[in-house]
Structures are given as structure tokens and as C-alpha cells.
Write a protein that binds this ligand. Structure first.
Ligand code: M6R
Length: 592
């Protein structure tokens, strides 16, 4: 995890770096720091807490240095503290390093350096990089970095500056993301594109095993052996305005309301370009969907569509479990990797593993140019725009749209199915309107300690997703369960204090779900029923009823997830919690 940024140019670096760090804060926010070259000397400022704490600590300090690096941290090695915050420096404080990822052999390197008399001030793996570079430095920062990268193992990206060469930053990418921003008389490095979008739209995405040597006047890329690499400069189409809150209290709420557009843009983007993978789905013995968190829940829904519309047997596997489980995978398999960020390390490693075994890889990714996007054989891009809230919302429904598109591509009535899919954004709009009463439910149930979410068939993954949303932003325990499985155990939890959210659209299992609601009522549970508007049966059986628009069975997840996202949002917001940056989490998880 962690976010890194670097600037070298003609302007004072500090405000640009702090602005970038705020946009990177979703990647981690337990401490932050900057290093600048001020009048030929290195200065480092760090603070525990969010970026605003660092900003406050810098008020009134007249830093004018034109080269600097910054970091926002999500602790892996070493607790959140000022000592462990980045940047880390060598013993003489001439080199400063910011780092994202893990140096797996840091203990061995640390012992080696300690044997030479180096004193370590932090418990991090990063500090070894600063000491190693200082040790290798013979007048050229790039040479020193190239000497050091060969010694490091793991997945990481880092940037380094030195007082000896005030207008230079060297950045390294190996497993963790790093992009270069090209400006006029100024250049940037960052963990992701939105961090530097206000300053430039010209981006070079580094690949693993590459080093960027950056000065105000140019950028040179090399491989780890020092051979020059030619890279394409891409022009980013996103508009930074879409990364502002536009009057909403939180990004998450704004993003929930952006779902009609996110789904509409995704469907239109795919349909108008007529995108198709360069292979037929039917040539595979099975499809393996690999993802984490919310993307995994999208995959569970995608499985039903894949099997129904293509007939290809489909399994869904947590990416973090995949490559350690001797999963039989080979040329006959299609891997479908789903990832908003395109940088989730578990998913990326799973893709690499499956590729090595000969499988073909197709990804569904929101961030263009991300690692998974580049490393897959084919990518469907979701056009959801940047998602800032840590809780995934609009990217989830956009992923659903892309998965439905994929499943319908080779269906005899594919065109008809897609024209039905085009109507979904309007239905999500309706679901948003109909969910206005959800805020009152949040008032009523926000003090509850546990929630149960139940659903069957396509609504089971929605139950999982509703529970995940509530857990991650409100810190209330919540469990998603297949409604029919409840009687095999969890029913014992139900009493008059337990809110049970039941997703019960009029689908093939409607009657069965009604019976499950009865079971909850019989045990005096509080039923929050989510059903098609006008569905008297669900309404009568529920303590609280939330109406959603009636849609074709296949499209029910698009509309039933909306009130669940809003319920979680309003509860967390009313509890006064940090909705967009919940504790212990980060938007992009780049550690295993
Ligand atoms: O970027 P990805 O889609 O690969 O991220 C996967 C999960 O980390 C992510 O969906 C996470 O579960 C969300 N924060 C949940 O809201």
C-alpha cells in the first residue's frame, strides 16, 4: 500500500507534493512525510496521522525547494510512528527515499549494513534502501540505484532524491505501481495517475523492472541493467473535476449517485467500440473469475450470467487463495480478473501465475494503464471514472455491466440482451429515488451491533456486498449469507435485536426467499425487506420495506445493491465516522 509522489521543476515543490498526497491518501493514511532539497541540503518533515496533520505542521515554514518527494503510509513493517513514517534517509541525511510495497529480504540487508556500523532509526524495510544507495553512491544517483535494485527482493516502487544532485529524482518500479508525469520544465512521479492529473495529463506508466531518471528538463527510462527503454506517452482522458465532491458530503455518497452514469458510460463504451476479446469464450473448458473484496462479489454474479448465457462452466476464486492452492489451471482455462484499481497485488499475482501456466487472461479494470490492465491478454475497461471513497460502489455496478456484456457477447440474442442492458442506468436512477427512506432506517438501526444480510441466487452476492459495505465503513459486524443456508446454523443468531436485511426481488427463488423471511419473523428478527415496489408479499412480511424498481431477473443486482450501499453510508455518516477513509483500510491493496 502507501502512496508516493515526486516533483522536480521550476515551482516550489511542497504545495504540489502535498496536493498530490491528498489525492493519494486513499492508499494509506496513518502517517505522512516529505523530503525537499532546500539550498542544496536535504530537509525531511514527517507526521503521524493524516495528510492534514502534516500540512498543519508545515504552516509558516518557508520551504521553496524545487525538487522533493512525499509519502502517505499504510503500515506494513513497523507501527505507525514518526520514526517509521517516510521519507527515510541514510545516516548522513544526504539521501531520502519514499517507498510503496515490501522489500522481502530487508532483514538480511539490514544485518549486512549493521555489520558495517550502520545505525537504523526505524523498524521499516524501507530504511535499508536509503543506506544501500548512500553506500553505492559514487557521484551518480542513477548508477547507485541500479547497483542497489539488484539486491532487493519483493514487490515495491520507490523514489529517491539526494542533496548531491538537487534537480534529480530516480524512481524504481518492481511489482508496485509507479507512473511518470511529463510537464513543461517540470516532471513528476506518482503511485497513480489522479495524484498528478491537475498538473499534467501526459503519463508514462512504468513496467516492472524499470527505472525512471527525472530532471526538470527530461525523463529517461532504463531497465535494471541500465539499458535505455523507449516508452509511449499517453494522454489521460479523465477530467480532474470528476475527482471533486461536487457538493456531496462524502465521495462515497457522490459515487453512489454516479452509478447511472458509470454503468451507462461503461455499456456505451463497450457497445460503441464493439470490443471483443480475440478469442471465443466457448473455446475454453471453463472460466475462472479471480478477484478480491467487492470485485469478488461482482465475480459471483458474473458466474451466474456466464453459465446461463455462454454455457461455459465458471468458478469464482479469491485471488489471495488462488496461487497457493495448487489450483489446476492451464491452456484450456480463461482467467477473468476483476479489479477496480488494476493494482491489487493478490489479483495481479494470480494473473501472472495463471499466465505462466498457459491460461489466457481477460481483465475487467477501471484504471487504464494499471498493472493488471497491461499484463492481461485482453481488457474490458469500466468507464466509472476515478473512485475516491475506499468503499467500492460505482465501480461495482460498472463491473457488473462489463461482466454482463462479456457473457452476452456470443449469445444468439446478444443484441437484444445488450439493448436491455442499456435500460439499466435509468433503473438505477429510479432505485436511487426510491431509496430516500433508507436514511430514516439508518437513524433507527445505527446503534445495532450486528446485522445479517440474506439473499438467494443473484441476491446472495448482493447480501455479501451489503454486509461488506456496512462492516468496512461503520465497523458494525455484519454477515452475508445464502438465505436458504440460514437454517443450517446462523438462524440461531436471530432474536428481536437482530436486523436482517433480506434481498427479495421477484426472481426464480422469490417464493423460497419469502419462506426464509417467515423463518426470520418466527424468531422475532427485525426484517428489512428489499423487494420490487408493489410486492405486497415482501412488504407484509417485513418490519421495514424498501422498494426497488422492477427489472428483469438478470438485472436485479444493479438495483438491489443501491439501498444497501445507502444504508451503510448513512449509518457510518450518522455515527460520525470517516466514511471515505475507514480505519485500517486503503483503496488499493498492494500487499499480500
Ligand atoms: O481494486 P480492486 O477492485 O482489485 O480492489 C479489491 C478490493 O480491495 C476492494 O473491492 C475492497 O474490497 C473495497 N474497498 C470494498 O469496498
Amino acid at each position: 500500500m502507501c502512496g508516493i509522489i515526486g516533483y522536480t521543476g521550476r515551482e516550489a515543490a511542497l504545495p504540489l507534493i502535498l496536493g498530490g498526497l491528498e489525492r493519494l491518501e486513499y492508499r494509506g493514511y496513518d502517517s505522512a512525510g516529505v523530503a525537499l532539497i532546500e539550498d542544496g541540503k536535504l530537509v525531511v518533515e514527517k507526521k503521524v496521522g493524516k495528510i492534514r496533520e502534516l500540512v498543519k505542521s508545515l504552516w509558516g515554514k518557508p520551504y521553496k525547494g524545487k525538487t522533493g518527494i512525499g509519502h502517505t503510509r499504510w503500515a506494513t513493517h513497523g507501527e505507525p510512528s514518526t520514526e517509521n513514517a517516510h521519507p527515510h534517509t541514510d545516516s548522513k541525511e544526504e539521501f531520502a527515499v519514499v517507498h510503496n510495497g515490501i522489500v522481502e529480504n530487508y532483514l538480511e540487508l539490514k544485518r549486512e549494513l549493521e555489520g558495517e556500523g550502520v545505525h537504523f532509526r526505524s523498524g521499516t524495510d524501507t530504511e535499508v534502501i536509503a543506506h544501500l544507495i548512500a553506500r553505492s553512491y559514487r557521484g551518480d544517483l542513477l548508477d547507485a540505484v541500479l547497483e542497489v535494485v539488484g539486491r532487493l527482493r519483493g514487490a515495491f516502487a520507490f523514489a529517491v532524491i539526494t542533496a548531491h544532485e538537487p534537480n534529480r529524482i530516480v524512481g524504481v518500479k518492481q511489482g508496485s505501481p509507479l507512473v511518470v508525469g511529463i510537464g513543461e520544465g517540470e516532471n513528476f512521479l506518482a503511485s497513480d495517475i489522479p495524484a498528478i492529473l491537475p498538473y499534467t495529463r501526459k503519463i508514462v506508466t512504468l513496467s516492472d523492472g524499470e527505472v525512471a531518471d527525472i530532471t526538470p528538463d527530461g525523463v529517461n527510462i532504463y531497465d535494471f541493467h541500465g539499458n535505455p527503454v523507449t516508452k509511449e506517452v499517453m494522454e489521460v482522458p479523465w477530467d480532474i473535476i470528476s475527482a471533486e465532491k461536487s457538493g456531496f458530503k462524502h465521495f462515497m455518497l457522490k459515487e453512489i449517485y454516479e452509478q447511472p452514469k458509470a454503468v451507462g458510460d461503461t455499456v456505451r463504451g463497450l457497445v460503441s467500440s464493439g470490443e471483443r476479446p480475440p478469442f471465443s469464450l466457448k473455446e475454453f473448458r471453463r472460466a475462472l473469475i479471480i478477484a478480491c473484496g467487492t470485485s469478488y462479489h461482482a465475480g459471483l454474479i458474473g458466474k451466474f450470467w456466464m453459465e446461463k448465457l455462454t454455457g461455459v462452466p465458471t468458478e469464482v476464486v479469491y485471488a489471495s487463495e488462488f496461487r497457493y492452492a495448487d489450483y489446476p489451471v492451464g491452456e484450456e482455462d480463461l482467467i477473468v480478473a476483476i479489479s477496480q484499481s488494476g493494482e491489487t497485488i493478490d489479483t495481479k499475482f494470480a494473473v501472472n501465475y495463471a499466465k505462466d501456466k498457459g491460461a489466457r487472461t481477460l481483465s475487467v479494470v477501471n484504471v487504464v494503464g494499471s498493472s493488471i490492465d497491461r499484463e492481461s491478454d485482453f481488457t474490458f475497461h469500466t468507464h466509472a471514472g476515478p473512485e475516491i471513497g475506499v468503499a467500492a460502489t460505482k465501480t461495482f455496478t460498472a463491473q457488473l455491466a462489463a461482466l454482463y456484456y462479456l457473457a452476452s457477447l456470443e449469445h444468439d440474442e446478444g443484441e437484444k440482451l445488450l439493448s436491455e442492458l442499456m435500460k439499466v442506468p435509468a433503473k438505477i436512477e429510479e432505485a436511487l429515488e426510491k431509496s430516500e427512506g433508507v436514511e430514516k432506517l439508518a437513524d433507527k438501526y445505527m446503534k445495532k451491533k450486528d446485522f445479517l444480510y440474506l439473499g438467494r441466487y443473484l441476491s446472495f452476492p448482493i447480501a455479501l456486498e451489503g454486509a461488506l459495505k456496512l462492516k468496512e465503513i461503520s465497523y458494525i459486524h455484519a454477515e452475508g449469507y445464502p438465505a436458504g443456508e440460514m437454517k443450517h446454523g446462523p438462524i440461531a443468531l436471530i432474536d428481536e435485536n437482530m436486523p436482517v436485511v433480506v434481498i427479495a426481488p421477484q426472481d426464480r427463488v422469490h417464493d423460497k426467499t419469502l419462506a426464509n423471511i417467515e423463518e426470520v419473523r418466527t424468531r422475532k428478527g427485525i426484517v428489512i425487506g428489499v423487494g420490487f415496489e408493489g410486492d405486497d408479499k415482501v412488504e407484509k412480511l417485513s418490519t421495514e420495506f424498501v422498494g426497488i424498481p422492477s427489472v428483469e431477473e438478470d438485472f436485479t443486482p444493479f438495483v438491489s445493491v443501491v439501498p444497501l450501499q445507502l444504508l451503510a453510508y448513512h449509518i457510518a455518516s450518522k455515527l460520525g465516522l470517516d466514511v471515505d477513509q475507514p480505519r485500517n483500510l486503503a483503496k488499493t491493496v498492494t500487499v499480500e
